[in-house]
Design a protein around this ligand. Structure first.
Ligand code: SF4
Ligand code: SF4
Length: 438
């Protein structure tokens, strides 16, 4: 097994042996500072992705841009050697990510309307088709406009499932369903579904030969030997879709529900209060985040399957594909599984938690609510720091500890934020329910 390095930095010419500083920097940088710099860079990468999608819709924020410049600058050679300051910067990154997610939410809602709960089919409809994957509502919206009346059906994949909740997108009758699950099933899905494919954001995989010639990318996405479309004229995708065989009519195994906005959920607050006070809702769980093919990620489904009937699960991002085909039913009309959207819609989950805290006259940490987060990439890092910046404690994180977190950093996260790693569903659930009964 490879030896775990204390740090790795090769960003300047002084780097040890011309290959990399791995024990401490030639400049004097210590491993924890190097790792906190990496942590900050990962968080600001996450913020940048959300900012990109807001800018696509014409929404910008100079204060966030200024923070990004300052943060990147702090990681230069010979600028900042102060570990505590990098923890503060990570918290600030969390705050800026909250601001960014709010900006993107505003951009989405002002452009496409506020999401409404929507039933989404998971099968195919007879006819030509295009699968759109990624996060860009702008790209999907433009494609829907351009395909209207052409007879081509449009399907979402993975993180674009929540698009079906937006009035300005679901009004297109040829937006017919969602295929597949989280991002990592795409090679199999795209191979077996002989339609055109458009990748709009992160979480595209290196394509198989079977579908390379019918795949297209747009925005920041590029794949080798895959046609890239700069701008939003998707004529080549449409022509390709027309040239491919028609899909068969094949209903899916399940109908999914998505599109719960802050206002939809909070419009139910009186009923929720009544059910909590009557002991009919015991606990809320936020189970979501990224998904990954790691074996340990099976935890999230097992966890939800073991939840008692008097609990409600809020979910978001592609971690939801582990659980969104479970029929959890409802508690006197309140659904037990509430999908609030993409990973950037963590802001919706935060607003719901703030709304519930206000409703019960307590702080978020006093609510009967436990956050069970799964992370895969850098947007999740930004979201974790957002939750910490809001003072949320006792988050369960999985499926693995981020590799850049050393003991020093872990101790800060445990001591200041009571961060816990997921263990096994039974024990975790016992701990969560015992510790936080209303
Ligand atoms: S910045 Fe410091 S730690 Fe990084 S490569 Fe240069 S000398 Fe090494
Ligand atoms: S939630 Fe994370 S892992 Fe999933 S598609 Fe979005 S960015 Fe990728």
């Amino acid at each position: 097994m490879a030896e775990k390095l204390d740090m790795f930095c090769y960003q300047c010419s002084q780097t040890a042996g011309g290959t990399g500083c791995t024990v401490r920097g030639v400049c004097g940088k210590l491993p924890t500072v190097a790792r906190l710099q990496d942590n900050l860079i990962f968080a600001i990468k996450g913020i940048s992705a959300y900012l990109y999608h807001a800018r696509e819709l014409g929404y910008v924020d100079g204060e966030i841009d200024a923070f990004l410049e300052r943060s990147f600058y702090s990681t230069f050679t010979n600028v900042n050697f102060d570990a505590e300051d990098f923890v503060k910067l990570a918290i600030e990154a969390g705050e800026m990510n909250v601001r960014t997610m709010k900006l993107l939410k505003k951009a989405h809602i002002e452009t496409y309307g506020e999401p409404e709960p929507a039933k989404v089919q998971t099968g195919t409809v007879r006819g030509h088709g295009i699968i759109v994957t990624g996060h860009s509502l702008k790209a999907l919206g433009e494609l829907l406009k351009q395909t209207e009346g052409t007879g081509i059906n449009v399907y979402t994949h993975s993180e674009l499932l929540p698009a079906h909740g937006y009035p300005g997108l679901k009004k297109y009758k040829h937006l017919v369903g969602n295929l597949g699950k989280a991002w990592f099933d795409q090679k199999e899905l795209f191979s077996k579904c002989p339609v055109a494919i458009l990748g709009t954001s992160n979480c595209v995989l290196m394509p198989r030969e079977e579908y390379r010639a019918r795949m297209f990318t747009t925005g920041p996405i590029k794949l080798p030997d895959v046609q890239h479309i700069a701008g939003y004229d998707y004529t080549p995708v449409i022509e390709k879709a027309r040239s491919l065989p028609e899909l068969e009519e094949k209903p899916g195994d399940v109908v999914l529900t998505t599109g719960f906005s802050t206002s939809t959920v909070l419009s139910l607050k009186d009923k929720i209060k009544e059910l909590v006070e009557a002991g009919k809702i015991r606990h809320f769980f936020l189970v979501g985040g990224c998904d990954s093919p790691l074996r340990k990620a099976e935890y999230y489904r097992e966890f939800v399957q073991q939840l008692p009937q008097d609990t409600v699960v809020i979910t978001l991002a592609c971690g939801k594909f582990r659980i969104n085909n479970l029929d959890l039913g409802d508690i006197e009309g309140i659904p037990r599984l509430i999908d609030v959207g993409q990973c950037n819609d963590s802001i919706v989950a935060i607003e719901i938690a703030e709304g519930l805290a206000e409703l019960f006259g307590v702080g978020i940490n006093e609510l009967p609510l436990t956050i069970v987060l799964s992370w895969m990439e850098q947007k999740a890092v930004a979201i974790l720091w957002s939750l910490l910046s809001l003072g949320v404690k006792g988050i369960y994180l999985g499926p693995i500890l981020p590799a850049w977190v050393n003991d020093d950093i872990l101790n800060v996260l445990k001591d200041n934020y009571d961060l816990r790693m997921i263990g096994n569903p039974e024990d975790d659930l016992k701990e969560m329910l015992n510790g936080r009964l209303p």
